[in-house]
Write a protein that binds this ligand. Sequence first.
Ligand SMILES: [Zn+2]
Length: 239
Amino acid sequence: METRKIHEERGVLLLGVGGLGCAAALLLVAAGVRRLGLVDDDRVSLSNLHRQILFRMTDIGMDKVTQAGQRLREQQPDCQVEQIPRRLTERDAIGEVAAEYAVVIDGSDNFTTRFAANDAAVAYRFPLVHGAATGGRGQLCSIAAGGQPCLRCLFGGPPTQNTATCRSEGVFGPLVGEVGGLMALEAIKWLHGSGQPLLGRLLTIDVTTAKRRIVPLRSHPQCPVCAPHHANIPDRAAS
Ligand SMILES: [Zn+2]
């Protein structure tokens, strides 16, 4: 079976059904993605609704994955939506679930999950689409094993001091839609093996000035996560 067909059947895993995850999920299902896994253990709250566009007032207090799954099936009954009501914050736990999918989108709202997903992508050799949005600024890139830089090359690890997050600082709802949409696009590139994924490049968006930049990323030669894997090419994404 050709690689593209295998990837399409394995589908996309979404870590977090927040603002980024809702936007990405809607667009992926609308685009015809056949299989989608939704990971989140949270419930819908009123403060979510301005940016988490899968949810309505009547969903408040309900499980996010249940409500999101129902809405996505209504949109496209042919899409296989799998609900995973768990909080995955460790590398191996993420790696085990991710093994069932072709691509992973990290739309989580915390640094622990973000770096655990990064570490899992390199160790378990799956393509990861990273994205984040806080205030008026967003960013995204792809992480993949096989000689490509990872988030720890860039940031080292989770911040030790209080750092602005979507939860602490708020975010423009439309920005989350834009970054989530670009994450869906990035995942489709991986599924189809087309275009140029944002490997070794970080796309930054500032909606207050309408500026976008592509920042080149470099592998850190002493990166504890990806440096040991740099010689192990090809990776799963290219198989
Ligand atoms: Zn690295």
